[in-house]
Design a protein around this ligand. Sequence first.
Ligand SMILES: N[C@@H](CCC(=O)N[C@@H](CS)C(=O)NCC(=O)O)C(=O)O
Length: 224
Amino acid sequence: MPVDPNAPIEITGYRRVPPFAEGRIKDLRVRWALEEIDRPYRERLIGGIFEDKPEAYLADQPFGQVPVYKENGVTLFESGAILLHIGEQDERLLPSDPAQRGQAISWMIAALNSVEPMLQILVILNVTGAGQDWREAATDAARPFAEKRLAQLAHALGDREWLGAGFTVGDLVMIDVLRAVPAPMLAPHPNLAAYVERGTKRPAFERALTAQLASYANHAPQDA
Ligand SMILES: N[C@@H](CCC(=O)N[C@@H](CS)C(=O)NCC(=O)O)C(=O)O
């Protein structure tokens, strides 16, 4: 439901991404958060992921990335900043209790700052190292850092359903980060695999993913 061309909230997305990136672009996090609290948003699709962005876009997002969020004169970039802004408006994403709120924010920053970079380097090596003789050695050097973070996270989660007392923006970002982990790397941690499955089975996630996939030019001929 929340995609609505007349909604006051606008988020950016790409019209064209390579098949491997479909469903992985970070506007998904924002769509998911808005779906969780049933807030409508309109999409602004900005072309292809690898295309240069116009100056007007760089004024909103200096790195030329997606997503950008606009609402009533407020412009935000960085998915974490956007999710904090949305969470501040709804207890279901960011609890008002100071202790729980602190935990939720800590976990969201941990996902962005301590877990995602360790995983992203593997993706970068995989893409940039295609056909290069250094790829395997570089990946072997980087992988233990990712494995250590996953083991630490699995230990912290234990047998709990979510990282805090209930689902928060911390879980939303952490689960989106973990979705990128190849299954064999997650296999030693069944609790993490179950956590990702729990998160991605939430109806709000499913609606967000459906909306994102529908926005790509090859799935939405009206945008082509
Ligand atoms: N730290 C940024 C990262 C955003 C990001 O990586 N966006 C990617 C798509 S998932 C992008 O637009 N990449 C194009 C580029 O870097 O030029 C955030 O969390 O919003």
